[in-house]
Structure formats: C-alpha cells, structure tokens
Design a protein around this ligand. Structure first.
Ligand code: ASP
Length: 344
C-alpha cells in the first residue's frame, strides 16, 4: 500500500515537474530594456561615454535578471530595472531628467501587469525619487490608474516612497540642453508667430530628449510586465505630458499578446496609440511581435515622428524596433547572456 502510494506520488510530481509546458516556461524568462532612441551617432560618442552607457545598461539588466532567475515576478523585475536607470544620471529619467521650458524637471512613469492588466502611472512629479515606484503604488494602493502633479506626490509620500528636493534631478548637461533650446525658441519666435504652429514650437528639435528608460520582462510563471520612466522632452511647455505614462501609448502589457515600452517623440506615440496598437496587431491580426513592432514604428515614421520601442511576447520572442540613428537597448535571457547595443 505504502509502495503504491509512493509510486503514485512520484508519478504525479514527475508529471508536474517535467511536463514539456513547464520546461518551456522555465526556459524562456527574459528581460529587455531601452534607454532612449534618437540621433545617437558613433562619431559623436567618446569611447568613455559609450563604455559608461553600456556598463549602466548591463547593471540594469543584471539587477532585473537576478529577480527573474530566483523566481521573482516580471513586475518586480521591471520596477527594479527601471529604478537602476532612474538613479543613473546618464538617462532622461529620475536623476538626469531633461528640463521643461520653465527650468523644472517634471517626471512621468507607468507600469503594467500583463497577467491582470492592472496599471499605474504618475505624471508631472517633481519630488519623487523613483517615479516608477510611485506608478506601482498607484496601481497597487489606489483604485486609480493615473495621478498627476502635487496629488501624485502627496500620494507617493503617503505610500512611504522616498521624496527628494527637486534639485536632486538636476544635471549640468541637461541644463545646457535647455539653454540651447531656449535660444532656438527665441530665434524661431522672432521669425514667426510660434502660436500659429501649435505642437511644434518648443520641441521642434527632436533631438532634445534621449534617454527615456523602459523595461519589459517575462518571468518563470509566464507573466509579462512593462514599465517606462522619463523626464519627457527638453523645453516641453507648461503641463505637457508625453506618451510614457499613458497606458496604451508608451506602455502596455497583456499576457495574451506582449509587454511594450516605447521611447521617442511622445506626441506621435499618443496619436498612434503605439503600445496598444502593437498588442492589437498580435491579438486581432496574428502578427508576430517583430512584425507588429515594425508596423507601428512605420506608422509613427509615416506621420513624421521618430523613436523606437521594445516588446516581448509570452514565448520570449522580442523586438527592439526604431527608426532613429540609434537606441540604447539590451536584453538578457535565461542563460545569463547579456547583449547591449547602441547604434543601428
Ligand atoms: N517619449 C518621451 C516623451 O515624449 C520622450 C522619449 O522617449 O525620449 O515624453
């Protein structure tokens, strides 16, 4: 009797532990990141700067990978990964964010759980050290999806997140970018009436962004998640919000389709509902993640926008599509193999 019971137990456990479905799930945990897209040319890069970017991308990937490797959730992995990049002044997210027209750092972030399609976002925050964690708090500790400005900051404080002085986000190079943009603004304004050309004035120079960060992950349980964090675009006007914190535009995740994080000229990503469009192309048209990624980037480009995205499906297939000269990007797969790239 005892022997037969042991045999039964072994058979059940064996089936469970070694079923092909399980083996496939286990073999496919993946993390993909971006650190912004734009006119990133090798000729404008010093070897030191390039090495610094690559080291930061690797550090972020390793952080998220450890979580996935130890059986942690894709949600934890994307949050932790984005936090590393937010804390790094090289990127336009958290510390090192670009400046608004008025000389402030206003931060946007979003996170989404592909299993439940729960989502959280914050926009226009100026004192939350890690906006991605505030987005997660909105998702998990409120009934809302998006909170902005002082309200979002109050909520983040109540949620126990680290609050910093706005000067924490400031870097000299981003400040210089703003001065350059303001100068270009005044030259353009002298030539024409800026307000007859709405939406273009002030962010006419598409290269005043770079460095939005994002992560998409697939965990051992087969769940997808996405997160994006940004300072937006240099010289953005009063109260401007980009695509990054808008669920379906810059960030989206659905276990049935893909996890997506975008970077680029936000206005075009909002108008094309890029992240959701990619998901819908998989859901309704049966496109692969790569085909869907290329299709939505083409739409953005055809309309005059530029940028890129990362996307990952439930089988671990990924794409890193962009129509710019470069995109800081990288991926790590189960075997711990890291790949980071910058140029086309
Ligand atoms: N998409 C961001 C925004 O428009 C900027 C970027 O990704 O570079 O706010």
């Amino acid at each position: 009797m005892k022997g037969r019971f042991c045999y039964f137990l072994f058979a059940v456990l064996g089936m469970h532990l070694f079923s092909p479905a399980m083996a496939q799930q286990k073999s496919s945990y993946v993390l993909v990141i971006h650190g912004g897209a734009g006119t990133i040319l090798k000729k404008n890069m010093t070897p030191e700067k390039e090495a610094a970017y690559k080291a930061s991308l690797k550090q972020a990937l390793t952080t998220g990978y450890r979580i996935l490797q130890s059986g942690g959730s894709s949600l934890d992995a994307v949050e932790a990964t984005v936090k590393v990049l937010e804390n790094d002044s090289l990127f336009n997210a958290g510390k090192g964010a670009v400046f608004t027209h008025e000389g402030r750092n206003e931060l946007d972030a979003a996170i989404m759980n592909g299993k439940t399609r729960a989502a959280g976002a914050v926009a226009g925050v100026t004192t939350v050290k890690n906006p991605v964690s505030a987005a997660r708090a909105v998702m998990e500790k409120s009934e809302h999806v998006m909170m902005v400005g002082p309200g979002a900051e109050k909520f983040a404080k109540e949620a126990g997140l680290e609050i910093v002085d706005p000067s924490y986000f400031r870097t000299e190079s981003r400040w210089k970018d703003l001065q350059k943009a303001l100068h270009e603004d005044s030259v353009a304004a002298a030539k024409s009436n800026a307000y007859t050309n709405p939406g273009k004035f002030g962010i006419k120079n598409k290269d005043y962004k770079f460095g939005t960060v994002g992560a998409v992950a697939l965990d051992q349980q087969g769940n997808l998640a996405a997160a994006t964090s940004t300072g937006g675009m240099t010289d953005k006007k009063y109260g401007r919000i980009g695509d990054s914190p808008i669920i379906g535009a810059g960030t989206y995740a659905n276990n049935q389709t893909a996890a997506i994080s975008c970077t680029g000229w936000g206005e075009y990503y909002i108008r094309n509902v890029v992240a959701y469009d990619l998901s819908a192309l998989i859901e309704y048209k049966g496109l692969s993640v790569q085909q869907a990624g290329n299709a939505v980037i083409k739409k953005v480009g055809d309309m005059g926008g530029d940028g890129g995205l990362i996307a990952l499906d439930k089988k671990g297939n990924m794409t890193m599509s962009f129509n710019t000269e470069g995109m800081y990007r990288g991926a790590i797969t189960k075997d711990g193999k890291i790949e980071v790239e910058i140029y086309k």
